[in-house]
Design a protein around this ligand. Structure first.
Ligand code: GDP
Ligand code: MG
Length: 162
């Protein structure tokens, strides 16, 4: 069966936009309203001739248990079902407490993780991306899911760990 790559992160960081970028088409639902993605949506993707399953995650909106609990739950499920994870952070916002919590879950899982510093739309954002080295997940891959910046390098790195 195909290797599975899960895309996780807080609401509105650009996960579904990144999934669309990787798919090369508009399928994953992107909205300005956070939490619009259903909990998990699977797509078949391909890069450099290699097919893999790409899982968009969502459903991280606030509910009675709060954002932290939902994020932790989604991260744990995604890590369980995936062979590798793309953890997307909004580089312009920087790492939040919720992001730090996800990092702990990812670390414990032992699964290979790529740290995606998204919303780096131009060279000025590179410093924001570099600040995410602090999360301790290795090199942050600066991307603009919206414009395509950095997505080729990110996918090359993903295939190397899948
Ligand atoms: P998700 O909730 O993590 O799936 O986030 P979405 O993909 O739905 O994107 C949330 C918002 O961020 C949308 O308005 C996107 O157009 C915007 N967005 C996503 N990626 C980028 C990016 O690289 N740069 C900028 N400027 N906006 C982005
Ligand atoms: Mg989404």
């Amino acid at each position: 069966s195909l290797p599975v790559l899960a895309v996780i992160g807080r609401p509105n960081v650009g996960k579904s936009t990144l999934v669309n970028r990787i798919l090369g088409r508009r399928e994953a639902v992107v909205q300005d309203v956070p939490g619009v993605t259903r909990d998990r949506v699977r797509y078949t993707a391909e890069w450099a001739g290699r097919p893999f399953v790409l899982v968009d995650t969502g459903g991280w909106e606030h509910d009675a248990r709060g954002l932290h609990a939902r994020v932790a739950e989604q991260a744990e499920i995604a890590v369980e079902l995936a062979d590798a994870v793309m953890f997307v952070v909004d580089a312009a916002v920087g790492a939040t407490d919720t992001d730090e919590r996800v990092v702990r879950i990812l670390r414990k899982s032992g699964k290979p993780v790529l740290l995606v510093a998204n919303k780096v739309d131009d060279a000025r954002g590179e410093a924001d991306a570099a600040a995410l080295w602090n999360l301790g997940l290795g090199e942050p891959f600066a991307t603009s899911a919206l414009h395509g910046r950095g997505s080729g390098d990110l996918l090359d790195a993903a295939l190397a760990i899948l």
